[in-house]
Design a binder for this molecule. Structure first.
Ligand SMILES: *[C@@H]1O[C@H](CO)[C@@H](O)[C@H](O)[C@H]1NC(C)=O
Ligand SMILES: *[C@@H]1O[C@H](CO)[C@@H](O)[C@H](O)[C@H]1NC(C)=O
Ligand SMILES: *[C@@H]1O[C@H](CO)[C@@H](O)[C@H](O)[C@H]1NC(C)=O
Ligand SMILES: *[C@@H]1O[C@H](CO)[C@@H](O)[C@H](O)[C@H]1NC(C)=O
Ligand SMILES: *[C@@H]1O[C@H](CO)[C@@H](O)[C@H](O)[C@H]1NC(C)=O
Ligand SMILES: *[C@@H]1O[C@H](CO)[C@@H](O)[C@H](O)[C@H]1NC(C)=O
Ligand SMILES: [Fe+2]
Length: 466
């Protein structure tokens, strides 16, 4: 607990600027054998297609409206379009209902997709287990999900955090660790970079299909909240593919219209006691752009009496002390960080850097070209920034860190893993990070997060005292 030790010194000497005193947090000394990260071969068990004529595959669900009473069900059929209807019933009533959907396809260079179905089930009851059946008329498959509790300030809810997953043997370990973590995640906040199909020749979109089959064991049963990363852009003019985000937006639908967004790349949802804003690092975010105008109108709408927890997801981290993608998030930080401080965002989750890092509450908003003030300072109105791009994709780990560890960085480690955020009530959430090398219950980094509106106490101070 070396880092709290330093910060106790800091409490005693508190008149001085903390950022000058605190010499950075913990660079974990955990040592692992850094092996090459290898994609699972096409004939791996996790990529097997379900048996039967035109059987639905790559099944995934996400929230389908603004407050959690709708679910978008998506799947692919390979032989023919088949039915886009979802048959669903609640555990309580057993009364069967239909939701009609739509089917789409796309081409990418010489690849033609299967039949991609999206169907939104609406007017669900909160806190209820539903079964759903798809593939009607051919090979039917049945899955289930549980709707969230009604939106409210003290509603406990647990999110999983996964980023940059890919489809390597390590990706499979990350997903398994998430599934077997005794802190049971109820929905996944996914911070971008899904399949890494674009790392294959001609962005071989078959790897979008294998990825969809790989993650189905989780995505069919709990909603994954999607964020677009750079591996979703699929911009390849050399093979005539000039429409960014084509495979991603065909395959992964999100409820963007429910938050009055004009693009699926940025949107918001409420879930239990959390308000989640998803941003796009790879869409225009400068002043006057659609994303800027949407976010400007969005932030004042967040009612922290109703949803105390304000969480932002984006792909390219604003605070990152690895020598990978260093400062790539800087221009977006310059545009939006003053808003995050003004509206007291609780936590920002990002991916992109294939490692783990958590910051102190810091901001860096004083700079104005001539004043030279460009060092992050402790700021209790600022979010905690977490980089969770350690899902385990084929590009491997980011191991090279900037030295010394900057003062803003509380904990960093180059290991694959995932995190969970267990919101307890309006004041407290328990956050922990789990590395793949450990047992399922082991927490390698953990912190009680204090809500910025209802409990704006410095987390490290509270811990140093106890
Ligand atoms: C697409 O083209 C590549 C080479 O350009 C070839 O290897 C591959 O087999 C083709 N795939 C299809 C589905 O035609
Ligand atoms: C992936 O993980 C699952 C669950 O642990 C396991 O059953 C499966 O064999 C693994 N597959 C590969 C290719 O590692
Ligand atoms: C979206 O805009 C409509 C019309 O202006 C408004 O009624 C609705 O409350 C807005 N929804 C959200 C989530 O902001
Ligand atoms: C905020 O939410 C609370 C609780 O739902 C509600 O009583 C209050 O009217 C809302 N405030 C605004 C400005 O909508
Ligand atoms: C780590 O990154 C720095 C900055 O890019 C570079 O100078 C250095 O050689 C790298 N170290 C290793 C071991 O790759
Ligand atoms: C909120 O949750 C924390 C952590 O579980 C607990 O210590 C605290 O007493 C709770 N607050 C209320 C008002 O229940
Ligand atoms: Fe990325």
């Amino acid at each position: 607990m070396e880092f709290f030790g330093r910060c106790i010194v800091l409490v005693l000497g508190l008149i001085l600027n903390e950022s000058l005193l605190c010499n950075g947090g913990v660079t974990s000394s955990f040592v692992r054998k850094v092996e090459k990260t290898i994609d699972m071969p096409l004939d791996s068990d996790v990529f097997g297609a379900p048996p039967g004529y035109n059987a639905p595959q790559q099944v995934h669900i996400t929230q389908g409206d603004h407050e959690g009473k709708a679910v978008i069900v998506s799947w692919v059929t390979m032989d023919e379009p088949g039915s886009s209807t979802v048959l669903y019933w609640s555990e309580k009533s057993k009364q069967k209902n239909n939701a009609k959907g739509k089917v789409t396809t796309y081409k990418f260079y010489n690849y033609t997709s299967g039949y991609i179905h999206h169907s939104t089930i609406r007017h669900l009851e909160f806190n209820t287990k539903y079964y759903y059946k798809i593939g009607i008329g051919h090979t039917a498959r049945t899955f289930w999900f549980v709707t969230p509790p009604p939106v409210g300030p003290d509603v406990p809810y647990t999110f999983g955090l996964i980023g940059d997953l890919g489809q390597s043997f390590d990706s499979n370990k990350t997903l398994t660790h998430y599934e077997l973590n005794p802190i049971k995640g109820q929905a996944v906040l996914f911070v971008g970079d899904l399949s890494y199909a674009d790392n294959y020749p001609n962005h071989d979109n078959v790897r979008w299909d294998t990825w969809g089959r790989f993650v189905e064991r989780s995505t069919a049963y709990q909603p994954w909240i999607w964020t677009a990363g750079n591996h979703e852009i699929d911009f390849a003019p050399e093979i005539g593919e000039t429409k960014p985000f084509k495979p991603y937006t065909h395959r992964y639908h999100v409820p963007y219209r429910a938050s009055n967004s004009t693009s699926p790349l940025w949107y918001s949802i409420k879930r239990a006691s959390a308000y989640i804003i998803v941003l796009s690092s790879y869409s225009a975010y400068g002043k006057y752009t659609p994303q800027y105008k949407w976010l400007e109108e969005e932030l004042p709408k967040v009612n922290r009496t109703e949803t105390p927890w304000l969480i932002v997801l984006l792909h390219s981290p604003w605070y990152n002390s690895y020598n990978y993608h260093y400062m790539e998030g800087e221009t977006m930080r310059v545009m939006y960080e003053p808003w995050f401080v003004k509206y007291k965002v609780d936590i920002v989750f990002a991916g992109h850097v294939h490692a783990y890092e958590r910051t102190e509450r810091i901001s860096n908003v004083a700079y104005n070209v001539v004043n030279g003030e460009c060092t992050p300072i402790r700021d209790q109105s600022a979010p905690i920034y977490v980089t969770i791009g350690d899902g385990g994709n084929l590009e491997g780990l980011a191991t090279n860190m900037t030295e010394p560890q900057p003062a803003y960085s509380a904990f960093r480690e180059a290991s694959f893993g995932h995190a969970t955020l267990a919101i307890k009530n309006r004041t407290h959430a328990y956050y922990s990070w789990h590395r793949n090398q450990d047992g399922y219950a082991v927490e390698a980094d953990k912190i009680w997060v204090n809500n910025r509106i209802w409990n704006p106490v410095d987390e490290s101070m509270a811990l140093a005292v106890s």
